[in-house]
Design a protein around this ligand. Structure first.
Ligand code: PLP
Length: 416
């Protein structure tokens, strides 16, 4: 039975033909099995072609020139903004700010929103399952502005303690910054519950969508949050480009994050005024071809369909959980219900260091991540220094899960 027949919705063989890197060999001349998608996804030819086309046919700065190439570059860049806004369900493209990545998007909010809106005594709520990029910027702001930083704790299966959240989010909470899907264990956050709690207290909500935007339908307008951050490189796009969506009325309360060219309205030698959004938050020459390619990646995902991608990953994850659980020495972290997790499986093999697992798998062509996944508080809560993590995307197959399972059995024999 082929993967096309077995797994619902997607023609995997056809999809795989779009990703040149999946044809290469690695390790000991083994076909690449790429299972490190939570770190960075692979790039289809349709996206690569947009990068090449930009430099071949259009390359010029945006918003500056009256000459043909500059106008074309501007149209492509702003066209990409429209495409991404539509992909994310943003009511207006002007609410979509290009950044370098999710990290920069969150830093922008912490700095620009925090400094314009927080005062001593206010509280920011995050959770124990956040990526470091949704922890460290808030620690810095806590120390700079003398506000408090509170955590929603994690339960044993890695999910959020929603009952505790109801206690922690209160009248002093000004912002809840929360991941939609944890990168370390793959848990999907009960966002609707958390947003409802925040809104009861008129707090704003930032959603870290780095892991959800690539794998699930996003509709920022329906979500009811105020900020949403994501990175193109996790959603088939290039590195160095990401996005912050925020409600226009919130962006209007914020001072610029960075200053310089393209974000001003007027400049005199004594003072300056700011451009309208989104330019107000995009100082300097941006990653123009990155934004255009990000738009192409959203088009690619949209053509396949986010519901089909999510269904494929649920099916793959269910198969992987079944097969991996047949290994006696394995501990799999995170919830067992595929409805509650994305295509991320973090695991340990008794007595074997995750880096040894990663290296052995690499010698057989399998790319996984081994480490703390930029989520050291999660590792502390699990009382492990690191985990091995396999993460799936639309191009992964059941045969690859079988290869992973067989190779992990070899790892156990080799190190056992
Ligand atoms: N948030 C989550 C949940 C992530 O998984 C990641 C990256 O792994 C980030 C934030 C940071 O993304 P970036 O490195 O693209 O800024």
């Amino acid at each position: 039975m082929t993967d096309k027949e077995h797994l619902t919705g997607l023609n995997i063989e056809q999809i795989r033909r779009d990703f040149p890197v999946l044809k290469r060999t690695v390790g000991n001349d083994k076909p690449l099995v790429y299972l490190d998608n939570a770190a960075t996804s692979q790039t289809p030819v349709q996206v690569i072609a947009e990068i090449t086309r930009f430099y071949r046919d259009h390359n010029a700065n945006i918003h500056r020139g009256v000459h043909t190439l500059s106008v074309e570059s501007t149209d492509l860049y702003e066209g990409a903004r429209n495409t991404i806004a539509e992909f994310l369900g943003a009511p207006s493209a002007s609410e979509c700010i290009f950044t370098r990545n999710t990290t920069e998007s969150i830093n922008l909010v912490a700095s620009a929103w925090g400094k314009s809106n927080l005062q001593e005594g206010d509280e920011i709520v995050i959770s124990e399952i956040e990526h470091h990029s949704n922890i460290v910027p808030w620690q810095i702001i806590r120390d700079e502005l003398n506000v408090s930083l509170r955590f929603i704790p994690m339960l044993a299966d890695g999910s959020l303690d929603v009952d505790a959240a109801a206690e922690i989010i209160g009248p002093r909470t000004k912002l809840v910054a929360i991941t939609a899907m944890a990168n370390s264990l793959g848990n999907i956050t009960p966002l609707a519950d958390i947003i409802e709690m925040a809104k009861k207290h008129d707090a704003l909500v930032l959603v870290d969508g780095a892991q959800s935007a690539p794998h699930m339908q996003t509709d920022v307008a329906a979500l009811g949050a105020d900020f949403f951050a994501c990175s193109a490189h996790k959603m088939l796009g290039p590195t160095g480009i990401g996005l912050l969506w925020a409600k226009a009325e919130v962006l209007d309360t914020m001072q610029p994050f960075m200053t310089g060219g393209d974000m001003i309205s007027t400049v005199t030698m004594s003072q300056s005024t700011w451009a309208e959004i989104p330019a107000k938050f995009e100082a300097g020459t941006p990653n123009i071809e990155g934004a255009i390619a990000f738009g192409a990646a959203c088009n690619y995902l949209d053509n396949i369909g986010m519901t089909s991608i999510r269904n494929h990953e649920k099916e793959l994850t269910g198969l992987a959980l079944d097969k991996l659980n047949s290994i006696e020495e394995i501990t799999i972290f995170g919830p067992s219900d595929v409805e509650k997790r994305g295509g991320v499986i973090s695991f340990a093999l008794q007595g074997i260091h995750p880096h040894d697992i990663g290296q052995f798998l690499d010698s057989e062509g399998i790319a996984i991540r081994a480490g703390h996944h930029c989520a050291q508080p999660v590792m502390s809560a699990l009382n492990v220094p690191a985990t091995a993590r396999a993460s799936f995307y639309l191009y992964n197959t059941e045969a690859e899960i079988d290869h992973l399972t067989d190779t992990l059995n070899q790892v156990v024999k080799y190190f056992g």
